[in-house]
Design a protein around this ligand. Structure first.
Ligand SMILES: CC(C)(COP(=O)(O)OP(=O)(O)OC[C@H]1O[C@@H](n2cnc3c(N)ncnc32)[C@H](O)[C@@H]1OP(=O)(O)O)[C@@H](O)C(=O)NCCC(=O)NCCS
Length: 163
């Protein structure tokens, strides 16, 4: 497994990874119709329609965007910006193999190199044990937030000091 920078050509595969992972692990409480809605542009991740592909390419844009790759396949993605880990997804059949931890470590190293001393994340409730394991702590109680379509999605604010 290796971590590398995102390239524009990765967008369709990253879109499919986020769509499938979010649907299975973060939206399992919802029926299919609501899942589609909460997925926003990612509900069309398996479509070849150029407008769908462009919407995903556009939502993925991030100042810091890293890919985990194994056996020539994209198995994880982390989006971030200064001080903020914006999102992290690892392919379901690769969970618990250290890929999420490796992506977070890479992001932390890049952040430290940019002079960042603290990170925050709006963690999905599913991911709280993971973020706790990699050193984040809850900064408040759970909060109402927004899913990819801009509507309600509960999350847990967490933060970590970088040394
Ligand atoms: C959260 C996520 C990114 C973790 O990725 P991962 O590659 O499976 O995580 P790692 O293998 O690096 O796990 C590191 C440690 O975190 C903890 N951990 C990870 N997943 C866990 C889980 N489901 N339950 C409890 N602890 C967990 C463990 O301590 C693990 O170490 P161990 O396997 O040696 O016990 C992955 O589960 C995922 O994509 N979830 C769905 C999307 C999501 O909720 N993303 C967060 C968006 S903010």
């Amino acid at each position: 497994m290796r971590i590398r920078d995102y390239q524009d050509a990765d967008a369709p595969a990253v879109g499919r990874l986020i769509s499938a992972t979010y649907r299975e692990y973060n939206l399992s409480h919802a029926d299919l119709e609501e899942q589609d809605r909460l997925l926003g542009p990612f509900q069309h991740a398996f479509s070849d329609d150029p407008s769908h592909r462009e919407a995903i390419r556009s939502i993925l844009q991030s100042p810091m965007l890293y890919i985990a790759e194994a056996d020539d396949e994209i198995v994880g993605v982390l989006r971030g910006r200064e001080n903020v880990l914006a999102s992290l997804f690892v392919c379901g059949d690769r969970h618990r193999q250290g890929i999420g931890r490796a992506l977070v470590s890479h992001f932390e190293r890049e952040s430290v190199a940019q002079g960042v001393t603290r990170l925050r994340v709006a963690a999905t409730l599913f991911a709280v044990p993971f973020y706790t394991a990699v050193g984040f702590r809850k900064s408040t109680g759970v909060r109402p937030g927004r899913s990819f379509d801009g509507t309600n999605f509960t999350y847990q604010p967490m933060r970590k000091a970088l040394t």
